[in-house]
Write a protein that binds this ligand. Sequence first.
Ligand code: UD1
Length: 426
Amino acid sequence: MDKFRIKGGKVLRGTVAISGAKNSALPVMAAALLTAEKVTLHNIPKVRDLITMSKLLAFMDAKVSVTEMPASDYVIEALKLNHVEAPYELVKTMRASVLTLGPLMARVGMARVSLPGGCAIGARPVDLHLKALEQMGAEIETSHGYIEARVPKGRLKGAHIVFEKITVTGTENILMAAVLAEGETVLENAAREPEVTDLVEMLGKMGAEISGHGTSTLRIRGVDQLHGTEHSVIPDRIEAGTFLVAGAITGGELMITHCEPEHLGAVIAKLGQAGVPIEIVNKTTMRVQGAKRLVGADVTTEEYPGFATDMQAQYMALATQAEGTSVISETIFENRYLHASEMIRMGANISVDGRKGVVRGPAQLSGTTVQASDLRASAGLVLAGLVASGETTIERVYHIDRGYEGIVEKLRGVGADIERVHGAAS
Ligand code: UD1
């Protein structure tokens, strides 16, 4: 298994270009299953989850053409779907495989999708996805670890769905189910994440009739057929936020390009409160400088437009360097502080009590060997390693490879002393 080795203490300076958003690329690739025509996608980040998604689509007999692998442009043609199944072998490496359920139910009226298990950060059930599909007329059984779903009437029926909790992939799944359903579907308490809006835009280009995008009520009038399209996914706001913290924490200056500052409102505001100077240069560029004095600031994770849970670990790394106390409240996932114990091993003063993490700073971190536990926790540990004295080794970086394109190369490009150490395949 690969590791990262970081020698901390380098000041980062230069320009970093942000890749496409993994969490947009996943649903738009799944949406290609909704039509027999060609769908061309651009700005797909070169990360492992997207390779997994392309394998999943190919398993179903969709034709996935790329000029290279990993690819940033995909051409997907789902002429006929012969295997309407997402097998355990693929789902276990990527929970978002469940995003194929909605499109398969809409297009073929049948699907067999392995139940995603819990993951390190929480139980993460998909009950709300299934309940909504049932409201639309699907019959669903779960047995032998698989969701077995079918539409007895051949076509899903529009329904009025009120999500009990805001769910990002749940909203995306039901959107994709509803675009080909008979009649109107209303989704209330829908997720408003920019990635949901990106999917709505792409579906609109395919001929779907959706209104209310960007709001928590989406109205979808089902159509008989969708057609092919071309779409470029939005920039990855979490990668951009991670580099904002990298610039701030190392006392350097980074120009972050190809991003969408508008999607980072809560992160920019919170970093500003902590004393980090951030300048919005234009619609796609931000400049971050090291803070003269970092001060602790409390943060609560929330659904968009609130502070993203996917930025919590990175913020915790920053908080270890800030003067005073920062209270972090994690409201989205029940067990998302696995990075905290690793940061404590590096010398951070953090106490965790349920969903609250209290960080007292500043602490001089010192390098040691730490374990990555999930995608964003890994990013938090990389940031901690950048400011720690001596050498930090991060194990299990396959987690970070799921979602950060070329993080080692990008960090090296701005002056970090980081390298990937290749290990034996596991
Ligand atoms: C998505 C993102 C992930 C991000 C998360 C929250 C993708 C591929 N992943 O994950 O990076 O951290 O949103 O912003 O886009 N829940 C239920 N029942 C359900 C569905 C969700 O109880 O049927 C709960 C979850 O356990 C969690 C909360 O709702 O506590 C939010 O989860 P959700 O928004 O669904 O997260 P994902 O879509 O899996």
